[in-house]
Design a binder for this molecule. Sequence first.
Ligand code: BGC
Length: 756
Amino acid sequence: MLLIDTGFDPARIARNETLFHTANGYLGVRACLEEGVPPHVPTIRSTLINAFYDEKPIAYAEKMKGFPETQQGIVNVVDCQSIRLSLGEERFTPFEGTLHAFTRILDMEAGTAQREMEWESPAGNRIRIVITRMVSFEVRELFVIRYQVESLNYQGPICFASFLDGNVTNSADPDDPRVASETMRHLIIDEAWGDEESSWIACHTTLSGLSMATRVSHHAEGFSSAFLAGDGATETVFTREIEPGQTTVLVKYCVYTDERRHKNPLVDGKAILREVLARPLEGLFEAQRAYLANYWKNARVVIDGDDKLQRSLDFSVFSLLQSVGKDAVSNISAKGLSGEGYEGHYFWDTEIYSFPFFLLTNLAIAKNLLRYRYFILDAARRHARLLGHTKGALYPWRTIAGPECSGYFPSGSAQYHINGDIAHAFLQYYRATNDLDLMAQMGAEVLVETARLWMDAGHFLDGVFHINGVTGPDEYTCLVNNNCYTNLIAQENLRGAVEIMELLDAEGKAEPVVKKLGFQAEELIAFRHAADVMYIPYDEKRGIHAQDDSFLQKEVMDFLSLPPSEFPLLQHFHPLYLYRHQVCKQADTVLAHYLFGEDIREEVMCRSFDYYEPLTTHDSSLSTCIFSIMAARLGNMNKAMTYFKMSAMLDLEDTQGNTKDGIHTANMGGAYLCVVAGFAGLRILKSGLLLRPRLPREWKGYHFQFFYCGRKIRCEITENQCSLLLLEGVPLTIRVFEQEYWLEETLEIPLDKTVG
Ligand code: BGC
């Protein structure tokens, strides 16, 4: 499982920093060149710790009541990446001399990123360099660089200068709302020093006041060393002689500790580094392999018949693991830990796009993602009050530690659907596990508080429940009444709260939650009633769900006649212009049909798909995967494949032009879902498990496995049949298309009989 890029092209540097980044959900290091780049070459040099943030005031020209005053943003932390290599007086840089070879490799089984080069200096000295990087899944604070140099014809002194630099800033682009608008320095250095064992930088953030430390130790056999420190940086210089045929190695062990996980980052970092140094490096690499072997066993989707898509799917599934936070304070940010885009914020992307993957393949991580939402529930309650709601909780549209960080409410805080998205994830978890204890510990509280919010945000008009003044998933249509997606997900949220509270009651587990929330029995009646009379906008004339009350009355925007340079539209049109037109940034009603399609007539979904498809620009990376899933659901496998390819190749081919700012993590989850929820049609429903397996014409077959209610099931689809294998757990009923099957050990269902 390798991702390989050959050849040296300065224009690809920033993008490759993203694609070849190494991360473990806690720590992420962009794949920047150790030797640096000349000033004219675009690079984004960053190292990120998930959920480690600073704050900055949000400057409004006209600040209204309830607007967030400060914004949290992930911090570019101390830079450990820099290592300068010199052969005598000549310093290695790929920008000078001759590169006879230059290859980057992301090894997704070894969990390493490698750079292999053969370089000839301007004076004719020739060396082979192999640099291997790893961010450890086993020791989450650890980043290692192994820098090997083999001399091919050079005799003389070789020198490594290895740096630790606290003088770092976050990157910015004032013209792109998807990244920070100002370059800022967030770290104040408390100490930059070293002793025989290690060098370190201790620092804290300017406004949030969070401290962190980085400790580095080197292993360089046969070298003599010298140490320098000053101005928030340290430098350790290693020198020795080398001759042709000889290989020398520098290993740099870097440990990052932060206050959100460590009581005393500097002291804890020292202990962690000591433990690491007591082990052989090979042992650390082996542990990484073992961790990943275990991961791939459950996570991999295998495609028979398309190596390119196989690689991209592997990359997606690997990226999800690299991105996902594995403790209660962290989650999956929109760019994972591969870049500073969207400032390290967590969005609904997690619950609707990435969570389903973890729910099916790695329950511990899925559970943790829910735990994070529970952890910020109090902040969501405060947020609700700020927005004028007297009860319930409103999750922030984007956040790190809980407060709303969106500075533009029409496509930020107004996206109330995030409440329903989070509730949906809790309910899916319950349906996929029957874990009522987790519901008692956290799920019920989240479901009831979010349901209460709907009761407060919505209102009854002529006996029908309406939710006005919100924004649905489509960010080109803002502040509307009765967004179809929002109302459907609110309906599920309200019903889910009732269901879980009743289940807890029946099991004698409701009391603590009832007490804590002051929950009244009448609320159950009210939730159920509001859900039952929820207004779902439907257009009789067209026979489709209307995206909201006013969408269909607007003028259709003719964006097809625009040149590609005018996309994404958000960078070229005033928001009001977009809001006034029928134009969608991303799947909205079509997404609602994916989540709630079992209760919707197929013709309505077909007509709606056909209606919204030409209105959708897919300017958001969260879109094509949903169109792929729904095309498959509606039986159009060619279209499903076309959209799947768009989703799968989005970052590898940089089709949105901003991969340099980080991977599109939600789309990574979406690419997985294209196969599992799209082609295989898997749904986790209240009534049980459902599959609608189909095989794309281009493939010979595909298979994957997943967990469901204490079982592990393997699903393989080939030209003629769908084979199900119960790998673990007790037999169960599975619905395949319209028919129910009893899966005892294996089942072979002929596909031609089931399709269509
Ligand atoms: C999308 C949102 C998404 C956000 C972060 C935006 O472009 O429109 O739906 O949550 O990106 O990925």
